[in-house]
Design a binder for this molecule. Structure first.
Ligand code: ZN
Length: 427
């Protein structure tokens, strides 16, 4: 396994919750000399400076200031969250056993969550002398299980079963004497009185690289942490161009992006405006020479069900970066943005595939078309081909991750110069 893929695997394993994924990315940026900014403080940005900010613990924006006068922003957007289950308030259900009360976050495949060790991670808010403080928490052991009903009691289990999240999917934590122990454990781990929490279930199974040629990678949250890792790699390994490279990782994509820190918030717009203001540059002129890559995984042709793929536009795993198209703008790609991205991939020596939904299937959407209603720049939707999207353990390609990292390094090393509407020099 190459050192790059080892790094991807360790990133995936570190990201036990949306908070832990962003924390892991923060540590990588700190190691590479990026300075943290606070939204409530004044920003003193200098040429050659490297910066990042975090909002809500779950969204992050990093950028660099070029030495020369900046021409525009080269932006990528991917998402930090995944479908999972969130612990409710009054989270213990007591009785014959102690189970946890959880509710769905996003639209997951439910059956993969059963019969496998699970635990809880996220953040807790503890009381301090002067107010409250957020702390990361990971109950780093096999703590929970959602047991199936035996075939003898559900003879129709293999004929398709409608899971009820209120009754079928409550994780078992202990016998009846376990009552009250979760709160105690959280308090111990947090080191203070817990006044609030945002805690999510995660699967204990680590990421795996497998297949006859070790060509596949499986993990929780490949959608979209695989793209997060690739965009971050490309961002960190790029040469400085005349543009301002901007790495965005947003929370809340799986629930519509409308949160304090999601792609529908003012986080990106506000940040870009502050950068233009700090550099004394005309914001509208910068935006007119900017470009966004919205990176979120795509459905590969399924080995057992090729009929779900579009006949001419079904991507294969390890076939290259996927450009996603949708006439109704669920994906932002148009002919122009596809052409710019294909040009960059050609420079990077990276193969490109295309994805369309079958004309009779609505498919999904992503954060690009939400983000550009706030920051209106030309945008392309891309991703990596994967299987079992929104399972708690998904499968994608090893080589594809390297392809997207290379494509993003080329993207972030480039700047656009608009010569007329629809005509661009890519430098
Ligand atoms: Zn996604």
């Amino acid at each position: 396994m190459s050192s790059n893929i080892r790094d991807l695997v360790s990133f995936l394993d570190s990201a036990k919750s949306v908070y832990h994924g962003i924390d892991s990315l923060k540590n990588k940026l700190l190691q590479q000399g990026y300075s943290p900014l606070q939204e409530h403080s004044a920003w003193d940005l200098v040429p050659g400076g490297k910066y990042f900010l975090i909002r809500g613990g779950t969204s992050l924006i990093a950028f660099r200031i070029p030495q020369q006068q900046a021409k525009g922003f080269m932006i990528s957007a991917s998402h930090s969250d995944r479908p999972t289950f969130k612990l409710k308030e009054n989270g213990e259900l007591t009785g014959t056993y102690v189970r946890l009360a959880v509710e769905r976050y996003g639209g997951m495949l439910m059956s993969p969550w059963l019969d496998r060790p699970l635990s809880l991670a996220g953040r807790v808010i503890v009381e301090t002398e002067h107010g409250v403080e957020s702390r990361l928490v990971d109950i780093d052991r096999d703590l929970l299980m959602i047991p199936n009903v035996a075939i003898h009691m559900n003879r129709k289990a293999n004929e398709g079963y409608a899971w009820n999240p209120a009754t079928d999917l409550l994780p078992l934590m202990g016998g009846k004497e376990a009552a009250g122990k979760l709160d105690k454990l959280l308090q111990e781990l947090a080191g203070g009185k817990v006044l609030g929490h945002d805690l999510f279930l995660y699967v204990r199974q680590k990421a795996a690289v497998w297949g006859i040629e070790e060509e596949f990678i499986s993990s929780a949250a490949l959608d979209d942490l695989q793209c997060v890792w690739c965009c971050a790699e490309g961002f960190l390994n790029s040469q400085q161009s005349a543009a301002i490279p901007v790495l965005c990782v947003f929370d809340s994509e799986e629930v519509g992006s409308s949160s304090l820190q999601g792609a529908a918030s003012d986080l990106l717009d506000g940040t870009l405006q502050r950068i233009s203001g700090a550099l004394n540059l005309d914001h509208r002129r910068l935006l007119a020479q900017s470009f966004m890559v919205s990176a979120d995984n795509a459905h590969a042709i399924h080995p057992n069900h090729p009929e779900f793929a579009d006949p001419g536009n079904g991507p294969v795993i390890n076939g290259g970066v996927v450009v996603k198209f949708n006439a109704n703008q669920r994906y932002t790609t148009d002919g122009m943005s596809a052409a710019v991205f294909r040009n960059l991939c050609k420079k990077a020596g990276v193969p490109v595939q295309s994805y369309c939904n079958r004309a009779d299937m609505p498919g999904g959407s992503t954060l690009g078309n939400i983000s550009i209603t706030h920051v209106s720049v030309p945008s392309v939707d891309v991703g990596l081909a994967q299987l079992a999207m929104h399972s708690c353990y998904e499968t994608a390609g090893v080589q594809d991750a390297l392809y997207l990292a290379d494509a993003m390094a080329c993207f972030y090393s480039s700047a656009l110069e608009v010569t007329a509407d629809g005509n661009w020099n890519i430098q």
